[in-house]
Design a protein around this ligand. Structure first.
Ligand code: PEP
Ligand code: MG
Length: 759
């Protein structure tokens, strides 16, 4: 908390600054007066203001106390000297003995050698450092936290002057990009598939704060209270909407609601108000501090949570700046086909836009577990994340293509590219209609009586379940239970899990669902578990290894599954089993839970089927021991490929190096298929490979009869199956098995072409 004395000092200083700023005259003159005022008020011999110039150089723009001829002469690179250090880290620095600091860079022209202590704060505008404000004293002065806070508040007022373009051209404050108006293709990260063609809408162009300094903090605190109440009401309204009744996006917003009550954050804003800022300036200040410091945070979970605060801050600013005006959020004028471009977004912000007009979302940051990505998936909006500096390269209403499938964005695309995407989109729409018509037709191969191929769906969110019925698939072959775990801020308890699994089974309406137990680690990091630093996370402590080492987690999950499936059939599948002993251990835990439920007198499932994933090649050499112990097996080709070829599936440089259609892989599948048939154990394939028609054809050609694929792949795979002459394929594939080729792709494609297989 700031002491009353400091608060009134800085309020007095802010009042004077306001008079200088409003006083007119040249910007340089105003800046000169400002540094004099600050030095006097803070009892410092020196106050200097450095402004960021093109090329990331900080130039001394005004000083009280240093030699005047150094003004506009002294320049420091970002990172150079203490001033450069403040700018580089966007954080304040207070040193009683500045000259002994290793980063001290002596500039003789300034005459600063006689000043021992130094306090510097960044001048931040948006998320950019646009300058540095420094005070210095001859003595070894220990600057207090309150003094740092005061200087930061002053720096915020100065930020407006720097950003006004009166001191340096506004363009200098922007990162340079010579190609700004040329067509651009930028790669990012696929956060949600699909393609959108539209025009750029920049997410929340900056709100200009007109009033920075306030006379009466009580009035400002009341304004803040009202704005918060307004946000809470808006949240309640959102919760009452039918589409918000359940699903992970509701969880996300529940977490968000908790943020509106976060004491630490609210206190920071209130303190800033007490120093003399208006409510909106205080929100902006805390917001800017958070954003600037965010770049220091590497923990992805924390970064995401910061964005929730950011969303909240934006919303508060909107409320505070709309006060007295009846205008609702200016989203009504959204173009017919809009691609939203933003740095990042909170989960609630997406609801500000009409989803029918949103064709895509492009973010400079974001990750697959970002809350906004989860909500976007629910709304079926393609998302590309981690698109570097996209906001600096795009103008409002620029044509944009958001290619979520390939994680790329085209800005101002040439007409031919635009047309080809529009063509692809309408093709996609046509195909969707064709697939919809296929819904009730069986997936049977085309020859004579034909062979039935089971097509199941992979799912991971409640929202996916709608496709279970509209796609006409046979059931859920893989339910990835970790996704809901990842969207929450803590481990869900048994009751919460039971509720979720029960909903899944209810919505499946009797179609089978295979629940895979928690498969985290590797690239799937749970926000509330500290990931260990591992050199090879894909080969590390993940999946069944974690749940066997933390049996309570496994027990709770299994208990919830047993309860959810009371009176119905339950299928449980364990991931990443590498040796039979692991399966035996997992099964024992399941038996313990079954007994526990029995003793508690709880209803049990009518039947419990236990299966394993086959993702680690070593397990394939243990099938004689394994198969008598399981009710089914499902091959996870994503991990299998990675382990078979020792190729990290998350490393874009090599992840495509080996083809799932390599003869080795196909021979492997044939071997496993034959073994499972010998033991009468149902086998299915649930990796991404199964969802690509050509790959699915190859799998069927070597004896696989059950596939589990993502919802959009169901139609294409069924179409392929229905056009396939299986005996012809089987005899052709026999000739390929011993091929020394890198891949069978070319030959299989040729077969499909020659035999009219619809790929
Ligand atoms: C796989 O590895 O193929 C699989 C289905 O599991 P996941 O992609 O979830 O690791
Ligand atoms: Mg896997």
């Amino acid at each position: 908390m700031l002491s009353a004395a400091t608060t009134s000092v800085s309020r007095r200083l802010l009042g004077r600054l306001r008079d200088v700023m409003a006083g007119g005259g040249r910007a340089q003159e105003r800046l000169d007066k400002v540094v004099t005022l600050i030095a006097a008020d803070m009892v410092a011999e020196v106050c200097s203001c450095y402004v960021m110039r093109a090329g990331e150089v900080l130039e001394l723009f005004a000083t009280e106390g240093l030699r005047k001829d150094a003004v506009h002469m002294t320049r420091l690179r970002v990172g150079e000297g203490l001033v450069g250090d403040v700018a580089a880290h966007a954080r304040p620095l207070a040193l009683a003995d500045a000259q002994s600091h290793p980063h001290f860079a002596f500039r003789p022209e300034t005459g600063e050698e006689i000043f021992h202590s130094l306090m510097g704060v960044p001048i931040i505008r948006g998320s950019r450092v646009v300058g540095v404000l420094v005070v210095q004293n001859r003595t070894m002065r220990h600057y207090t936290d309150e003094e740092i806070e005061t200087l930061e508040t002053v720096a915020m007022v100065l930020a407006e002057l720097v950003a006004s373009g009166e001191l340096v051209d506004k363009a200098e404050l922007m990162p340079v990009d010579g190609n700004a108006l040329l067509p651009l293709r930028i790669e990012g990260l696929r956060l949600n598939g699909g393609v959108g063609v539209g025009v750029a809408v920049l997410h929340r162009p900056r709100i200009t704060i007109r009033r920075l300094v306030a006379e009466d903090p009580d009035i400002e605190l009341e304004r803040l209270r009202k704005a918060l109440a307004g946000i809470k009401m808006a949240l309640e309204e959102l919760f009452s909407r039918p589409e918000m009744r359940d699903g992970e996006h509701r969880d996300v917003l529940e977490t968000y609601r908790m943020f509106t009550e976060d004491k630490g954050w609210l206190n920071k804003i209130s303190e800033a108000i007490r120093t003399g800022l208006t409510a909106e300036a205080a929100v902006q200040k805390v917001h800017d501090d958070t954003r600037a410091r965010m770049s220091q945070i590497t923990d992805p979970y924390l970064r995401e949570r910061m964005h929730d605060f950011e969303d909240l801050a934006n919303r508060l600013l909107q409320f505070l700046s709309d006060e007295g005006e009846d205008g609702d959020l200016p989203r009504a004028d959204l173009p017919e086909a809009a691609i939203l471009i933003g740095r990042n977004m909170g989960p609630m912000e997406l609801f500000d836009y009409d989803p029918k007009r949103l064709r895509g979302l492009v973010l400079e940051e974001g990750s697959a577990t970002a809350h906004v990505a989860i909500v976007a998936r629910a709304l079926d909006i393609p998302v590309v994340g981690r698109v570097k500096d996209v906001l600096d390269k795009i103008e409002p209403l620029d044509p944009v293509i958001c290619d979520g499938d390939n994680g790329q964005v085209f800005i101002r695309p040439p007409e031919d590219i635009r047309e080809s995407f529009i063509d692809a989109l309408s093709q996609r729409q046509l195909r969707k209609e064709v697939y919809a018509r296929l819904r009730d037709l069986p997936a049977v191969t085309s020859e004579g009586k034909g062979v039935a191929i089971a097509i199941h769906m992979n799912a991971g969110l409640l929202l996916d379940l709608q496709h279970l019925h509209d796609s006409g698939c046979d059931g859920i072959g893989l339910y990835r239970t970790e996704l809901p775990f990842m969207a929450r801020s803590s481990l869900p308890d048994v009751a919460a899990q039971t509720l979720l699994y029960r909903k899944i089974l209810d919505q499946a309406e009797g179609k089978p669902v295979v629940f895979r137990t928690l498969d985290v680690g590797g690239d799937k990091v749970l926000p509330y578990w500290n990931p260990y630093d591992e050199d090879n996370p894909a080969l590390g402590w993940r999946s069944i290894r974690i749940t066997l080492d933390r049996p309570a987690v496994m027990r709770h999950q299994l208990r919830a599954l047993l309860r959810a499936a009371a009176g119905r059939e339950l299928s449980v599948m364990f991931p990443m089993i590498a040796e039979v002993a692991e399966l035996v251990q997992a099964r024992r835990i399941l038996d313990l839970e079954l007994n526990h439920e029995r003793q508690m007198g709880n209803d049990l499932p009518s039947r419990v089927k236990v299966g394993t994933m086959l993702e680690v090649p070593a397990l394939a050499l243990q099938l004689d021991a394994l198969l008598p112990l399981v009710d089914f097996v499902s091959v996870g080709t994503n991990d299998l490929l990675q382990f078979m070829f020792a190729v990290d599936r998350g490393n874009p440089r090599i992840s495509e190096r080996y083809d799932p259609l390599a003869p080795t892989m196909i021979r492997f599948m044939r071997y496993v298929g034959a073994k499972c048939r010998d033991y009468g154990v149902p086998l299915s394939v649930c990796g991404e490979m199964a969802g690509r028609p050509l790959e699915a054809m190859a799998l069927i050609g070597v004896g696989i009869r059950s596939l589990s694929v993502s919802a959009p792949a169901i139609g294409p795979v069924k179409t392929m199956v229905r056009s396939l002459d299986l005996p012809a394929l089987e005899s052709y594939m026999l000739t390929l098995l011993d091929s020394p080729d890198h891949s069978l792709r070319g030959k299989l494609n040729a077969f499909a072409r020659d035999h009219g297989v619809a790929l």
